[in-house]
Design a protein around this ligand. Structure first.
Ligand SMILES: [Mg+2]
Length: 126
């Protein structure tokens, strides 16, 4: 089964790079560049989405706010969330954990590490 992953980041390069790696790993992808659009895409397609790769630092609705909304909705309880964070921002990671993030990836990352981590969070590998 090809699972669907929603990629949310305001940097187009990160989105396209991430999308490419996930497609190599046989995942279906949906992408967007801001939190508002992410929430809209989730409303429309939440039942197909297994995981959200979510940038913390975005203009407008931040990743933290999106995370909070996802984790508060009963219909979204099957959806895992991995935060994209910048290494020096320890408090993003702490806050993310508090709000129920399932994991985090610090930028910059390698394609292999990303794929391995995604598979681990989705329970495909130990
Ligand atoms: Mg950003």
């Amino acid at each position: 089964m090809n699972e669907t992953i929603l990629i949310v980041d305001d940097e187009p390069d990160i989105v396209s790079l991430t999308e490419r790696f996930l497609q190599i790993g046989q995942f279906n992808t949906i992408t967007c560049n801001n939190g508002k659009e992410a929430l809209k895409k989730m409303e429309d397609g939440f039942s197909d989405i297994s995981l959200v790769l979510l940038d913390v630092m975005m203009p407008g609705v931040s990743g933290t706010e999106v995370l909070e909304i996802i984790k508060a909705k009963k219909e979204y309880e099957h959806i895992k969330v991995i935060l994209f964070t910048v290494k020096s921002f320890r408090e993003d990671i702490e806050q993310g954990k508090m709000l129920g993030a399932d994991g985090y990836i610090t930028k910059p990352f390698s394609g292999n590490d990303l794929l391995e981590y995604v598979k681990k969070i989705l329970g495909h590998i130990k």
